[in-house]
Write a protein that binds this ligand. Structure first.
Ligand SMILES: [Zn+2]
Length: 412
């Protein structure tokens, strides 16, 4: 018997594993070009964990009971996951939230949560004998795929907007990916990658389209639940672009509830920039799908998506969790980059610090209570976008090399 099945999140149809099966064939006939995806598939394991392991949940033996893998040796030799859940006492005090935690997922190998998805996708590609993996990306998914493929010896082809932050472009090239900058938006790159994979036979890692992207990110929720056990978190704050981290986190908590390892799933509050807020707008309108934000723009480049590909599933999961969404300005996001760094020592990129800006907005809106057990996700490193962080600091003038000058600066 297969160790897992793929279940359509729209019609519920069940499929066996197939390397060429990405979305539900029945629902995807209604797919419109450039719109959110129809028929996104989710994994259902047949023999999952039935009790928490004694060791860490990201160890290979445990991962085969958490993820759709027969043999953990197909995973690239990289230390993905197992990131710290910080108590962040100074941030707790500043916000008046004594039960707040910060999940520092920046500590993944490429500096972003995307490693969780790339790690599983590359492993499945290896199982299927597909050595070239392609993805469209705003930057982090590409850097992540590049790093994972460097470790495993697979080939990464990445299509990114030419405007992606330079550090991310450098990171993916240094790791040996074939980088194709696209003179267009992330949404353009997504469509182009799908076409290239169809025509050239590459394995498609495009987020949400490949079901293992959602499943890989599930481990984030499993680690949070394990870290807070035996109590459950009340609410998790999630920065949202395409809505795949949102769906992955929701999937992780839902699986744990189904397996009897968690009493209840937390509410999910998603955060988007006001310049790219298709999901939050849809939540406010009560809509099942998004209206694309043409010309989407924000300092939080990782969240700049015109038409979130995983909109239908992400919206359904946020609503089912009794959660909500907030949109935050670029000024609030940049302020949060500095505030998070100064209160926790965690230097996050704008898209990741958006979770803190969003928590503040959610507190003001009454979406989150100060006494709740709340978890903030930090999903990407500030070193990936120094230009953005530079806007939050004043560069000091150099001083002559004498003590008097140093004393003058400190006194001033
Ligand atoms: Zn379907």
């Amino acid at each position: 018997m297969a160790r897992f099945e793929l279940v359509c999140s729209e019609c519920g149809m069940v499929f066996s594993e197939d390397p060429d099966l990405l979305v539900c064939p029945k629902c995807s006939v209604r797919q419109e070009a450039g719109a959110s995806l129809r028929g996104v598939l989710e994994v259902r394991l047949s023999d999952p964990l039935s009790r928490w392991p004694d060791g860490a949940v990201h160890e290979p033996g445990v991962l085969t009971r958490l993820l759709p893998l027969a043999d953990p040796r197909v995973l690239a030799p990289l230390a993905v996951g197992g990131t710290p859940l910080l108590e962040a006492p100074r941030l707790r005090q500043e916000l008046g939230m004594p039960k707040l935690w910060l999940k520092d997922d920046i500590r993944n190998p490429s500096g972003s949560t995307k490693d969780r998805a790339s790690w599983l996708v590359a492993a499945k590609a290896r199982e299927y004998g597909r050595e070239v993996i392609a993805t469209a990306s705003t930057g982090n998914a590409a850097s992540s795929l590049a790093a994972v493929c460097a470790a495993s010896g697979q080939r990464a082809v990445v299509l990114v907007p030419a405007t992606a932050p330079r550090a991310k472009l450098v990171q993916m090239m240094v790791c040996g990916a074939r980088v194709i900058p696209v003179d267009g938006s992330y949404d353009d790159a997504f469509e182009l990658c799908c076409e290239a994979c169809r025509e050239l036979g590459w394995y498609n890692r495009n987020t949400a389209l490949n079901p293992y992207t959602i499943e890989g990110k599930k481990t984030l929720a499993v680690e949070i639940a394990r870290g807070l056990a035996p109590e459950a978190p009340d609410v998790v704050i999630v920065p949202a672009g395409d809505g795949v981290i949102t769906a992955g986190v929701a999937k992780g908590f839902a699986d744990l509830v189904e397996w009897g390892l968690l009493q209840r799933a937390p509410r999910l509050v998603i955060v988007q920039p006001t310049g790219a807020s298709a999901l939050v707008d849809a939540l406010e309108r009560g809509a099942d799908d998004v209206t694309a934000v043409r010309g989407a723009a924000s300092v939080a480049d990782s969240l700049v998506v015109e038409s979130p590909r995983n909109a239908r599933l992400a919206l359904a999961r946020v609503r089912a969790s009794d959660g909500g969404g907030v949109a935050v300005s670029d000024d609030a996001i940049l302020g949060a980059v500095a505030r998070l760094a100064r209160l926790t020592g965690v230097f996050a990129e704008p898209a990741a610090a958006a979770s803190l800006a969003g928590l503040k907005a959610a507190l003001d809106a009454g979406l989150v209570g100060r006494d709740e057990r709340a978890v903030l996700l930090a999903t990407g490193s500030g070193l990936k976008d120094l230009d953005a962080a530079s806007r939050t600091v004043d560069f000091p003038q150099p001083v002559p090399p004498d003590l008097e000058s140093v004393a003058r600066v400190v006194e001033g």
